[in-house]
Each structure stands twice: as C-alpha cells, then as structure tokens.
Design a protein around this ligand. Structure first.
Ligand SMILES: [Zn+2]
Length: 92
C-alpha cells in the first residue's frame, strides 16, 4: 500500500487519505470522533452508498472494535450533504 493511502471500510477502494472521511476511536477509550484525534481510525468515501453500507453492516463498528452510535452516522450524513451541495454537477 502506498504511503498515505487508505481503504474505504465499505467499498474497499484505495485512495489518498484526504479523499476520505476519517472516523477515529480515541486511544484507550471508546470515544468516537470525526477527522481528528489519535487512535484507531477508519476511513470511508464521502459517498451515500458507502455510508449506507457502513451503517447497515456495522462496518465502522467492526473496524474500530467499538459501538458506533447513530449520532456519528448522522454527523457523517451532514458532512455528505454539505459537500454534495458544494458540487452539484454529477460529472464523475
Ligand atoms: Zn467507499
């Protein structure tokens, strides 16, 4: 794996870590944070599909080995909405 490349927990796509949303389980605790923090991290594409898969199959919870509350998923949804409103054109 190239340095700074990460894998999405849902679709397993490899991409530079900046392309992903980062979910962190803080060291020596089961507190979950987004973006920042030191500890075990999981990465997910800023895509609705990936978030749906992650929620349905508990991908984040499994990857981080702790319970990921619905609030965390809510927060991720909010991020998606914000970033997709910035870029309304569907020119992938
Ligand atoms: Zn993905």
């Amino acid at each position: 794996m190239k340095p700074n490349y990460r894998r999405c927990v849902s679709c397993k796509k490899l991409a530079p870590k900046e392309d992903f949303l980062r979910i962190v389980r803080l060291k020596k605790s089961s507190t979950i944070r987004l973006d920042r923090g030191e500890g075990r991290s999981a990465y997910i594409c800023p895509e609705i599909e990936c978030l749906q898969i992650a929620r349905k199959k508990n991908k984040l919870g499994r990857s981080l080995k702790t319970y990921v509350s619905p609030e965390i998923y809510q927060e991720l949804w909010q991020r998606l909405k914000k970033s997709s409103s910035k870029n309304t054109k569907d020119d992938d």
